[in-house]
Design a protein around this ligand. Structure first.
Ligand SMILES: NC(=O)c1ccc[n+]([C@@H]2O[C@H](COP(=O)([O-])OP(=O)(O)OC[C@H]3O[C@@H](n4cnc5c(N)ncnc54)[C@H](O)[C@@H]3O)[C@@H](O)[C@H]2O)c1
Length: 372
C-alpha cells in the first residue's frame, strides 16, 4: 500500500475514541478520481472542498457538462474522462471514489481494485449478495483499502445513539423499531435503459439498476441496526409492494421483521409517498429505552423517569459525516488497515435488504442459510 508518513496528535486520538476516526497530518494529499458527478457526487465534492488532505485529479461522468461544473468548483485542475475506464488507468489517481447507480458498482469497483487503486464505493455495495462477495474477494486479494460510503454512522445523531448504547445506559439491546417516510425519488436522477425490457426510466425506479428500495434507501438504517445489535442475521420476514407509484418497479412500501442470532428483534417500516413526514426510531434495552425522530432530539426512558435528556455526545467534533468518512478512509490507507466501512460491514447491512427482497418476492422466511 502506498502510504505517506503521518503523525497523530492527542486531539486525533480523542476524536478516534468517539468516532473511530484518526486524523492523518503532515501527509501529502491523496489523489482522488471521482466517477459519477450527479446528486451524490456533490456530497463527495463538498467534502473534498473542505479537505486539504485530498486533491481531486480526475473526474468521470457520461455527462460532460456535469464534469465541467464540478471541475470549475475544484479550480479546474482535474482531468475529465467520459469513459470511466480511462480514469481508472490514470497514474495520477490513487483513490477511486464511485458515485454511480447501484448496478455499476461491481464492475467499476473490481476494475479499480485490479488497477491497484484504493476504492471508496457509494452504498449499496452491490445489488445482490453474489456480486458483493466478488467485490469482497477482490478487495481482500488487492491489499488495497476498500470502503462502502455508508457515512451515516458519522452523523451526530447516529454517533450519539451508538455512544449511549455502548455506554450501557439502556442495558443490553432487546428490540429496535424504525419507521422511515419520504416523498418520491428526485425526477432529476439519471435515466437508465434496461437492456432486457428496453424500458428507460430514473434508475431508482428500475430493479435492474437499483436492486430494491430497501437496498437503495433503507440500507443506512440497517447499517445503524447491525452496529447496535452486533450479531448476525438469523431470519427475516417481509412484505411490501407498489401501492402508489404504478410506474415504478421498486417498492414504495415495505415492512420487515428481522431476528438476530443474539435474540434481538428489529421491525422496520418504509413508505415512499409520505412527503415530509418525520421518521421515528425506538431502541429498547433491558434497563431503558432511547427514542428520537428526524429532529435528532434523543429522549431516554427509564423505569419511573420518562423523556429524560441523555448525556451529550462527546468527542465528535461536529464535522460533516462525509468529511469524517473520508478522514477514516485515509487513516486506514496510512495505517495499512481496513476501513471500518469495509466490504464485510457493508454486507452485514445489505443482507437485511437482500433478505427483505427475497422474503417479499418469494413469500417465505429467509434465514442465514440464504447467505451461505
Ligand atoms: N451515501 C448516501 O447517503 C447516498 C445518497 C444518495 C445516493 N447515494 C448513492 O450514490 C450513487 C449515485 O446516486 P445519485 O443520487 O448520485 O444518482 P444520480 O442519478 O443523481 O447520478 C448518477 C450519475 O452517474 C453518472 N453515470 C451513469 N453511468 C455512468 C457511467 N457509465 N460512467 C460515468 N458516470 C456515469 C450519471 O451521468 C450521473 O451523473 C448510488 O449508488 C446511490 O445509492 C448514496
Amino acid at each position: 500500500m502506498s502510504s505517506p508518513s503521518a503523525t497523530f496528535t492527542r486531539r486525533a486520538a480523542l476524536a478516534q475514541a468517539a468516532t473511530g476516526v484518526v486524523l492523518a497530518q503532515n501527509a501529502s494529499p491523496a489523489k482522488v478520481g471521482l466517477i459519477g458527478n450527479g446528486n451524490r457526487g456533490t456530497a463527495h465534492l463538498a467534502a473534498y472542498l473542505k479537505m486539504p488532505e485530498i486533491k481531486v485529479t480526475a473526474l468521470s461522468d457520461l455527462d460532460s457538462a456535469r464534469m465541467d461544473t464540478y471541475n470549475a468548483k475544484l479550480g479546474g485542475g482535474a482531468t475529465k474522462y467520459v469513459d470511466w475506464r480511462e480514469l481508472i488507468r490514470d497514474k495520477n489517481v490513487e483513490v477511486v471514489a464511485i458515485a454511480t447507480p447501484n448496478f455499476l458498482h461491481p464492475e467499476m469497483a473490481i476494475a479499480a481494485l485490479r488497477a491497484g487503486k484504493h476504492v471508496l464505493l457509494e452504498k449499496p455495495i452491490a445489488i445482490n449478495y453474489q456480486l458483493a462477495k466478488q467485490i469482497e474477494a477482490e478487495a481482500r486479494k488487492s491489499g488495497k483499502v476498500f470502503a462502502v460510503g455508508m457515512q451515516r454512522r458519522y452523523r451526530t445523531t447516529d454517533a450519539h445513539v451508538q455512544q449511549l448504547v455502548d455506554s450501557g445506559i439502556i442495558g443490553a439491546v432487546r428490540f429496535i423499531n424504525i419507521s422511515e417516510y419520504r416523498g418520491d425519488w428526485s425526477p432529476r436522477g439519471w435515466h437508465y435503459k434496461d437492456p432486457k425490457s428496453g424500458r428507460t426510466a430514473n434508475w431508482r425506479f428500475l430493479k435492474s439498476a437499483a436492486g430494491s428500495t430497501e437496498l437503495e434507501f433503507s440500507v443506512h438504517a440497517f447499517s445503524q441496526v447491525v452496529q447496535l445489535v452486533k450479531s448476525p442475521l438469523a431470519r427475516c420476514l417481509a412484505s411490501g409492494g407498489i401501492m402508489h407509484y404504478k410506474d415504478h418497479e421498486t417498492r414504495d412500501v415495505c415492512e420487515g421483521i428481522i431476528d438476530f442470532d443474539n435474540g434481538v428483534r428489529f421491525t422496520y417500516t418504509f413508505c415512499l409517498f409520505a412527503q415530509g413526514t418525520p421518521g421515528r426510531t425506538v431502541i429498547v434495552g433491558d434497563k431503558g429505552v432511547l427514542r428520537y425522530g428526524e429532529d435528532g432530539a434523543i429522549l431516554l426512558d427509564t423505569p419511573g423517569a420518562k423523556g429524560k435528556t441523555p448525556p451529550p455526545l462527546t468527542g465528535h467534533g461536529g464535522e460533516p459525516a462525509e468529511v469524517l468518512m473520508y478522514k477514516e478512509f485515509l487513516a486506514a490507507i496510512h495505517e495499512r488497515r481496513q476501513s471500518v466501512l469495509s466490504a464485510a460491514a457493508a454486507m452485514d447491512a445489505a443482507k437485511i435488504a437482500w433478505a427483505m427482497e427475497i422474503a417479499t418476492v418469494e413469500s417465505r422466511i429467509v434465514t442465514a442459510k440464504d447467505f451461505a
